[in-house]
Design a protein around this ligand. Structure first.
Ligand code: CTP
Length: 424
């Protein structure tokens, strides 16, 4: 794999060489593993270096961080450490380990082990390859489970029959990789996956772990494909017994994809978007606000996420009458949309296809949201007005006039203020 490694961006390749040199000075075998190796062979960009050490992952991480003067976070209990570089690249180190699951769907018990043990505890053959970074066989692929052949044949395959029972979040991971790479889950793995679904093992996993994998799914390039396959293979009752997705919900999710790409192509500079939150809103569309809250709480979503999801459920209906009228004034549109999150606004845009709703929301993003007035507090002081809460009222009145096209320049803004002061 030397030639593959040499094609990496220089910044990454330098890190790989540094790991090789540190491995050699510590006399510990060191390997690149997991998703990084998979993506290297596939030619897919992946900057998350994942390194396994037969010896001490923490010691190698310490030397690595020291050489780069980088930040190091140690997790002694797990024998792992993460090095965070100034460029925000991060490198994960772990000590090769074996695992066993005393109870299905619960976290494993771990003990030091060989590289083979470490690869065997992993989810799929395509994620269970390693590349040696030791000087004597630098770049050699270690592939005990025919991962490379499965990559070639586009197959998702577990390493042993209990894989989904030990860790049912792998059901979500199998679907995620299948759709991401356009692979297929091979027949025996599919059978094992369906058995784990039938045994309701996903319901036994700590909800936060399900949440993390579900969010990763919704962050993939085409979440609609992922959701369809999830419904087909696992159903959605593991999220809530009343959760269902009908044809109209798929339609909505498809439109969310369109709106997210519209926003990301033309308005990304405004504010980063949590696109997965909108897909989650779309996924929970059929649930009442009460059950939506139950799902959010169970998955322990962050307060800000839960708030946006519940607001969308409760309030959007009330805005639609005004948004649907072509003659609603821009100042009114601004007042309605400005308090909402971008995620809620894009959900409305996906949900209501009426031309006026579309136009008002596009105008909001394109014009109203970035509009600034030209007068300042200094102007108000110069006009003899003492600072106080009245300032904000004046600014809002001037902004509304500007939004409605009634204050095209600074002079008109000042004239409007004078009139407002007189009337006071
Ligand atoms: N892994 C596993 N079982 C899990 C999660 C992870 O066996 N439930 C293993 C896999 O070998 C995986 C590695 O841990 O490759 C790293 O996990 P993660 O970073 O989550 O996955 P990646 O494969 O790197 O996937 P992605 O490209 O989505 O980051």
């Amino acid at each position: 794999m030397k030639d593959y490694l040499e094609k990496l961006p220089k910044e990454i390749l330098d890190l790989v060489y540094l790991a090789r040199d540190i491995a050699s000075s510590n006399d510990m075998p060191v390997y690149l593993v997991g998703g990084f190796v998979r993506d290297l062979i596939l030619g897919v960009k992946n900057l998350d270096l994942d390194i396994v050490v037969e010896g001490s992952g923490i010691k190698v991480a310490e030397d690595f961080a020291h050489a780069l003067n980088a930040k190091l976070i140690r997790h002694r209990r797990f024998g792992t450490a993460t090095v965070i570089l100034e460029s925000h690249l991060k490198v994960d180190f772990s000590t090769a380990r074996k695992e066993y699951y005393p109870k299905p769907a619960h976290l494993p018990v771990v003990a030091p082990g060989s590289l083979k043990d470490d690869l065997f505890r992993r989810d799929f053959t395509i994620n269970a390859m390693a590349i040696s970074l030791s000087s004597e066989n630098f770049g050699k692929l270690v592939d005990f489970f025919s991962g490379r052949d499965d990559l070639r044949k586009k197959k998702i395959r577990v390493l042993h029959d209990l894989s989904f029972i030990d860790d049912p979040t792998r059901i979500l991971r199998a679907i995620r990789f299948e759709k991401r790479y356009d692979f297929h889950i091979e027949p025996k793995t599919l059978k094992l996956l369906k058995e784990a679904v039938k045994g309701k093992y996903l319901e036994r996993v700590e909800p936060q772990r399900v949440r993390d994998d579900l969010i990763l799914m919704l962050k993939e390039k085409e979440p609609l494909k992922e959701i369809k396959r999830l419904k087909e293979l696992a159903g959605l009752s593991f999220l809530h017994p009343r959760l269902c997705v009908y044809a109209r919900n798929y339609k909505l999710l498809g439109r969310i994809e369109e709106e997210v790409s519209w926003f990301e192509n033309s308005h990304f500079y405004r504010r980063p978007l949590d696109a997965w939150v909108i897909y989650f809103m779309g996924l929970l569309d059929c649930l009442s606000p009460r059950f939506t809250r139950v799902v959010c709480r169970r998955l322990a979503l962050r307060r800000g996420e839960e708030k946006r999801i519940l607001n969308a459920k409760k309030h959007t209906g009330k805005l639609i009458a005004s948004l649907s009228r072509p003659d609603t004034r821009p100042s009114k549109i601004f007042a309605l949309l400005e308090p909402l999150s971008y995620e809620e606004i894009l959900l409305i845009k996906a949900e209501y296809r009426n031309a006026s709703v579309q136009k008002h929301i596009e105008d909001f993003f394109e014009i109203y949201n970035g509009m600034r007035i030209l007068i300042t507090g200094d102007d108000l002081r110069r006009l003899g007005l003492a600072p106080g809460p009245y300032y904000q009222k004046i600014f809002t009145r001037v902004l509304n006039a500007k939004l409605d096209g009634e204050a095209p320049n600074r002079e008109v803004e000042l004239a409007l203020i004078r009139r407002l002061i007189k009337k006071r």
